[in-house]
Ligand binder design. Structure first.
Ligand code: URA
Length: 197
């Protein structure tokens, strides 16, 4: 099924939602919908609260995440932790998930077919987590979640359904090599604090 056709109301998404977090986890672990299952060590599902007010959507697991099964546990994760601290969120306030659950070989960008194959899990996770705010960490998360809609960096918008707020900020990995982005990222966060405070 093409990504643009898949919505929160699609039958498989509804079935996953009905089965709760354990069903989503089980189906991700069993999934062979794209070639990435052939090279994955550990599928990376989520970390954080099961009833967060903020959900961060990253891109794809990297080497550390593939080794441990934990999202954002490497260098980009350190930046994400610092961002979360700067935002003033505590552990029960947020969850972290990825657009795709398997590491692409050599950390290449995920292919559209892989994003589409994983989208059912992304939608089910968002529906179950039911946050007030979805923070898209960069363009891949936007591409997967926004069905072709482009957001401006740091400009909050409502989801099409109107029940959640979407905010696109820089991916934490983008701050590793361009340290000047850290201040820019902080301004994007400061401008939007009212969304989660
Ligand atoms: N980058 C991501 O987008 N996700 C991770 O889990 C790690 C690095």
């Amino acid at each position: 099924m093409a990504c643009t056709e898949l919505t929160m109301d699609s039958p498989y998404v509804l079935e996953l939602i009905k089965g709760g977090f354990s069903r989503v986890r089980e189906d991700i672990l069993q999934c062979k919908n794209c070639i990435l299952h052939e090279t994955v060590t550990n599928k990376v599902i989520s970390k954080g609260s099961e009833s967060p007010s903020v959900v961060f959507i990253g891109e794809a697991p990297g080497k550390n995440e593939d080794e441990t099964g934990v999202p954002f546990c490497g260098r980009a994760g350190k930046n994400l932790d610092e961002m979360i601290e700067y935002m003033g969120l505590s552990d029960h306030d947020y969850a972290v998930i990825n657009t795709i659950k398997c590491r692409p070989p050599e950390n290449r960008n995920p292919h559209v077919t892989e994003i589409n194959a994983c989208k059912v899990f992304l939608l089910a996770q968002i529906s179950l987590l039911d946050p007030k705010v979805i923070i898209l960490l960069g363009n891949t998360a936007e591409k997967a979640f926004c069905r072709g809609r482009k957001l401006d960096w740091g400009e909050a918008e409502r989801t099409d359904e109107g029940n959640m707020t979407l905010l696109k900020i820089f991916h934490p990995a983008a701050l590793i090599y361009k340290r000047s982005r850290i201040d820019e990222q902080k301004s994007l966060i400061d401008k939007n604090r009212h969304l989660w405070e």
